[in-house]
Ligand binder design. Structure first.
Ligand code: FAE
Length: 549
């Protein structure tokens, strides 16, 4: 066992389905330590998590447990179909040595990154100091997946991206919908499927009276002031966080989570991840089983009908423990835009699914993500306490092609910085291709393409800086580097609706194979994407259940 193996760091090997939450937290932990040893909060309410036996036969197999996969599992199970979900990440049901499921944001550890020996934090520097550090290789929660021109951040574990995201639950403006999903009827989406998705996800809005007064949203109020003084519309956006819990955090009545900066490495309390919403409801049907630490490697037609699915069971270092073969009548690809696109591209190119069409792997976009910070004046502090859950954005989409999330920078100290994640109307689309020499799937993204997005983001921040007499921060993404243009949080496309599939996600070329995740969305949603991914999955699965089962 190596010096850096997880076990040598005191990582418990056994799973506790129910556990007592820990006490310490990033910002307020010392003061609260000992005060909150109870009550217990179950993070996986009743999900049946157990390894699928080799040689099993299943009616519906779902690859991945993010938004698309969770919607599919719930709706199939409610229609009486037994479902087995395969998830390559862990169950996140076991507390670490600190008594908590998830690591702190400012002190990432073995839990924080997917199979890396060094962290790759989205903000790699602060005040000129590099932030990354060595960690034990572990099946951690955030995957920083590197392609030649871009790093794609994704959630890993039961719940997928819902485990790591900011919970911003944004329904795009209806007039912008035709450019997001041109072959989908907006009337049915806005009357039925967006409301269904928002209800299923537990989306609610912050109490604005509380927001106006709490220290935790001072950074957002500064963001509003600067936006409005430059004439930009400032919009509140809903979230899936439990606002009552956050108010209690602010009052010091419960262990802190959003107010301890918890977000990209998981929230120990308060955030309604899919484990607490769609997956909890799916569990209640008694028809859904989940295999954690299982990775689907192949799907190919079975002689007896249906599909042969090859699955590797892995341990927490990523080593393969067992290779299994399962037969499934129907397979739903819900491994996320990158996961599904990589699988389908390889399976088509290597002859496992040769009849997939020419649109497989195409139409991939980064939702135009670009990050930046601004340095405010000393008389304009953004607050040392910052809720990790964003609540607002600056909308300059029509005039400048950018919607900027007013994002937290929860360092625990006063930074005088305003931080933003912009979503831009980028025309750039990349393609996944199989590389037989390396045995990997490549992505044709070119880093220079981000310049279009940077220009769109500048349509907001150049104007604000001019008005406020402020400058961009140049210490967050490298030495003297202003733009976070090397990454995306919002991968979309690669198996685009009505091209690689029919208009409801049935893959062309094979009956009984479906795509039901972000890979259906052609690259850009004008806002944060998970509500749209969920609503589209609700629309498609309703039709599939009615017609195919
Ligand atoms: P996803 O949630 O990625 O689920 C795919 C699942 O499949 C994952 O659990 C994988 O581990 C699993 N998987 C992959 N390959 C395999 C395989 N071969 N075998 C078995 N399992 C596999 O897909 N969006 C918002 O709308 N609002 C936000 O505030 C927001 N903040 C974000 C912050 C961060 C740091 C990140 C990374 C993302 C954020 N997002 C946000 C994006 C959002 O989480 C993402 O669009 C959705 O999670 C995508 O949903 P999918 O169902 O497509």
């Amino acid at each position: 066992m190596s010096e850096h193996s997880p076990s040598s760091q005191g990582i418990p090997g056994t799973s506790r389905r129910r556990f007592l939450t820990g006490t310490g937290s990033l910002l307020g932990g010392a003061a609260l330590a000992g005060a909150f040893a109870a009550p217990a909060r179950a993070e996986v309410p009743g999900l049946d998590v157990r390894p699928i036996p080799d040689g099993s036969q299943v009616r519906a197999l779902v690859v991945g447990t993010g938004y698309g996969g969770s919607v599919a599992a719930l709706r199939l199970a409610r229609a009486g179909v037994d479902v087995h979900m395969i998830e390559m990440g862990t169950a996140w049901d076991t507390a670490g040595p600190d008594g908590k499921i998830f690591a702190n944001t400012t002190t990432p550890d073995y839990r924080s990154f997917w199979l890396r020996t060094r962290t790759k934090q989205p903000l790699s520097q602060f005040l000129g100091f590099p932030l990354d550090k060595d960690v034990p290789r572990y099946t951690g929660i955030l995957d920083a997946e590197d392609f030649a021109g871009i790093t794609v951040y994704q959630g890993r574990g039961i719940g997928g991206g819902s485990l790591v995201n900011g919970g911003m639950a944004v329904t795009p403006l209806r007039e912008r919908f035709p450019e997001i999903l041109p072959t989908v009827d907006p009337a049915e989406m806005y009357a039925t499927y967006y409301p269904r998705a928002n209800a299923g996800l537990g989306v609610t809005s912050v109490d604005t009276a509380w927001w106006e007064s709490t220290d935790a949203y001072q950074y957002a109020r500064v963001g509003r002031k600067h936006a409005q003084r430059s004439g930009f519309p400032f919009v509140f956006v809903p979230n899936v966080y439990d606002w009552d819990y956050m108010k209690q955090e602010a009052a010091g009545a419960v262990p802190k989570s959003a107010l301890a900066g918890e977000v990209i490495y998981g929230n120990n309390h308060g955030k309604k991840s899919l484990q607490k919403t769609y997956l909890a409801q799916a569990a209640a049907t008694g028809r859904v089983t989940v295999s954690a630490l299982h990775r689907v490697t192949s799907v190919t037609p079975a002689a007896a009908g249906g599909y042969t699915v090859a699955i590797d069971q892995i341990d927490t270092t990523g080593a393969v423990l067992a290779s299994k073969t399962v037969r499934a009548d129907r397979v739903f690809f819900a491994a996320g835009s990158v996961g599904t696109s990589k699988l389908l591209t390889r399976l088509k190119a290597t002859g496992a699914l040769p009849a997939l069409n020419e649109h497989i792997g195409k139409g991939w976009g980064d939702n135009g993500n670009v990050m930046c910070g601004r340095a405010n004046h000393m008389w304009d502090p953004t607050g040392k306490l910052q809720s990790a859950m964003p609540t607002a954005g600056i909308d300059n989409w029509d005039a400048g092609g950018a919607f900027a999330e007013v994002a937290p920078l929860p360092t625990g100290i006063e930074t005088y910085a305003s931080f933003y994640l912009s979503i831009t109307r980028t025309p750039r689309r990349a393609e996944f291709t199989w590389n037989p020499a390396t045995g990997r799937v490549d992505l044709s993204w070119d880093r220079a393409w981000k310049q279009t997005s940077v220009d769109m983001a500048k349509s907001i921040f150049d104007k604000i800086n001019a008005k406020e007499g402020t400058v961009y921060r140049s210490d967050l993404f490298g030495a003297y580097k202003i733009w976070g243009d090397h990454l995306t949080y919002h991968p979309l496309g690669g198996a685009v609706l009505d091209r690689a599939t029919d208009n409801h996600g049935r893959l062309h070329g094979y009956r009984g194979l479906y795509v039901i995740d972000g890979s259906l969305v052609p690259g850009n949603t004008s806002v944060n994407p998970f509500v749209t991914i969920t609503a589209l999955a609700e629309r498609n699965i309703e039709r599939i259940v009615a017609e195919d089962f």
